[in-house]
Design a protein around this ligand. Sequence first.
Ligand code: ASP
Length: 599
Amino acid sequence: MAESMKGLKRTHRCTEVTQANIGETVTLMGWTAKRRNLGSLIFVDLRDRSGIMQIVFDENDIGTDGFEKAGTIRSEYVLAVTGRVEKRGGAVNEKLPTGTIEVRAVDLRILSESETPPFPIEENSQTREELRLKHRYLDLRRPDLQRNLMVKSKVATLSRNFMAQEGFLEIETPMLAKSTPEGARDYLVPSRIYPGSFFALPQSPQLFKQLLMVSGYDRYFQIARCFRDEDLRADRQPEFTQMDMELSFVDIDDVLDVNERLLKHLWKEILGLDIETPFRRMTWQEAMDRFGSDKPDLRFGMELHDVSDIVKDCGFGVFSGAVASGGTVRGITVEGQAGMPRKKIDALTEFVKGYGLKGLAYLSVQEDGSYKSSFAKFMSQEELDRLVRAMDAKKGDLLLFAADKVKLACETMGALRCEIARNLNLIDKNRFEFLWVVEFPQFEWSEEEQRYTAMHHPFTMPMEEDLAYLDTDLSKVRAKAYDIVLNGCEIGGGSVRIHQNDIQEKMFECLGFTKEQAREQFSFLLDAFRYGVPPHAGLAYGLDRLVMLMLGLDSIRDVIAFPKVKDSSCLMTQAPSPVDGKQLQELGITFIPAEKSEE
Ligand code: ASP
């Protein structure tokens, strides 16, 4: 029978009780993590969000009725226990913060009973994630998930306070917004009042925060939910949280500076670590050339070498052919791996094929200085020596090469570099390597749409020195855009915005919008820009990802209380779900069932 709280008050959370409380009477409340019945003594590990306290039930302390009641306790029963804090009688548990003490119960209430849970509630659960997500309310009782969410809450609080001190105002922007075609697919919300019209859930507060700058709020901050209806990807969530900001009367350095201080503050307060500022900065071009990625992981070396010049006239047609057709040859030097078995090299070849490369050429420098290679027979000794020198290789090293179009070769070797580092355990998990990647290209060519699209978004300011290219060569325009990268992941990004109407109009034109389309979509922004716009810039973090990396976790789902799975559904609530015909009718919506494919 569930008992009530009447007359009871919790005095502490479990791990708030320490040796300093020995001799005191405390009242703790929580869940039964473990129960051992030793006949004359019953032990319960009581769990709350702070951790665990060992409770001892002894008939001499609690009386016969109380002891009998304690005998009925099962896993996950919710208890209120009043008792004396004592030094542990039995074995001390070094692993627990409360491992040297225990509470000898003098009073027990069973606040609620529990059925046997469908899986054990324990740290580092081995239970299948589907089952855990179906019963997420139980999964969330696990100490590791509780810790993650508590850290996330702390990150939010610390950030809010920091930003307030820096003069930022927290301002909400709408969830029911206007659909815009750039970027990812929108989640749409049908309007009942205007059948056939839709709101879109925001992909980010971008336009609203820019308008707040037009309105003079000059420093805005928000922890904002964002929605993107993207195709299935392992670690994406259709809704996620941004830590979003915008500042007026600033240029790039001002934005980077306040964000470096914010991150330094968070790492210090939460992890007790002093991270070095200012962070390193690298242009997008340099990142691509050296690491084959716009979010390089700097915790290990193995940089890419461009050896195109060295092999352009060599006898190995794969190399020389790639260069002749405007492509490149890029290599990485894997230290000490000359002896890598053929099978492993084959596996790496399969890996790069997954990215679209046709193959992987290799050369290993043997201990006697000779080479073992998939292409040595096509090249002279001198050519090979030059190549090995250019790769900074020494005896015992393995060299791997890709020859293809520049983008494909660089990106694939960048991915291979990370794959090898993971395989060989070259990554120090305790290191945090922050990096600003700057000077992104303004545009990227979309094969699918056969036009240039904005790499960041259409409101990003081109670098002043590249403005002339807007009329001549869009591929040459660099943007005043920046990403903050941590350990090979992008945790945030932003840009200086266009604050001149003529450049904004030009930008829409470059992106293939007609004047009418631009007006149709963004008339409010273009209008607002006619009434005095301050120069402004901003940035947004993916808060979930930031916390995930901060805690060294592998899955974004571990920092979101109620995450969705890969197909964007919620296993617990079964959302999305069909709705009542009446609801659809009210919205003026008829549903066209997907055509059954012919058997
Ligand atoms: N709104 C941008 C984004 O979601 C970030 C920014 O430019 O501030 O990526």
